[in-house]
Write a protein that binds this ligand. Sequence first.
Ligand code: PMP
Length: 433
Amino acid sequence: MNHSPLFYQAGTALPEVSHADGVRLWDAHGHEYLDGCAGAIACNLGHGRRDIRDAMLAQLDRVAFTYRTQFENAPAVALGRALVELTAGQLDKVFFVSSGSEAVESALKLARQYFVARGETQRRRFVSLRPSYHGSTLGALGVTGYRPLEAAFDALITASLKVAGPDFYRHGDADDASHVDRVLAETRQAIEAAGPESIVAFVLEPIGGASTGARVLGQRYLQGIRALCDEFGCLLILDEVLTGVGRTGDWFAYQHYAITPDLLATAKGLGAGYYPVGALLARTDIVDAVMAAGGFQHGHTYAGNPLACATGLAVIEAMQRENVLDNVAARGRELEAGLAVLQARFPWLGDVRGRGLLWGVELVADPDTKAPFPAEENRFARITALARAEGLLIYPRRTLDGVAGDHFLVAPPLTIGADDTAELLERLSRALV
Ligand code: PMP
């Protein structure tokens, strides 16, 4: 009998966590787990970091909380500067929040206010991908393409125009370029039918995260979307809540693809599990237009508090000091190679894709037809349970809207070493038999 007052989506009883260190956690029964998914792709530096703790304690001793309309605070300014530098100044204004959903929500509202400030009030609709996940607040849910999450709220959300992104596993194969061009042409048609003058922004993850099992969209597609946004006069909002702050091998995933977004939402890895901190990064002229028209009508109480920002700053400084991006590249290659070996052994691992330390494995009932497992088989849950029994945490998702098969993410802390990467692959292989 579970007497816990807490409730979650799944409602299953879970063992209590005892403590954690590096890439490992222990439960109250003494079982040890290797964290193959950084919690929810958030604990990017692993657990028990003394340097992060020390920076947080030093800030706690100074001042933990101030409100943004009453004081400027040095950690917020320093973290803002650091984030702008990570974009090489391409995005040079920062608005802090406390979660990924808030970061996306802020991007949507800033984008809309920008067009209101310019007198283009007819721009009120967003475009986004199906499947996708952009957060659980009602605005972020409006651009999310995932029916089970949307269904109960249809009457309460303003749904975006949903379009399909490229799917190289099912449709690309021999001729990726023509697949991308076909997808872009369909997107153009959908926007033209809806009226390009009604669109505020296109919202997407540069590499699909949890919703698609790390589906890589690629340079041709992303540059095509950037060009469509420019042509139609709408903004490009990138959701880098999951991919940002080093996860894919560069500071932000868009930096792989020679594009620049107008707005970028990031969170998870910024606080690295030590404190909730997220940020909206924006082009100056967008922010200036909104400020000139009376200011951004949006904000959250805990946004940008000194403790949150001192934590984010300590995370970025630690990553720079330890050249964590080099580790992402090296361990990412090992993970990619190891997953390819497993795929050769287990044909039902239909597709392995990703970048840096973000890898998705799509599970298929038939590797020839690429037919997904029937939803009622709950493959995603079974594989997660088997991995857990082997002492490995992975991040699962079930078939989404019949578009992708069941899949799981392997996305360990960015600081994982070579031995632990090998151990991760070994435990995964034992879970697959
Ligand atoms: N966007 C993406 C791409 C995400 O992966 C998530 C979290 N899984 C969110 C937004 C929402 O972030 P949060 O859970 O911090 O609100």
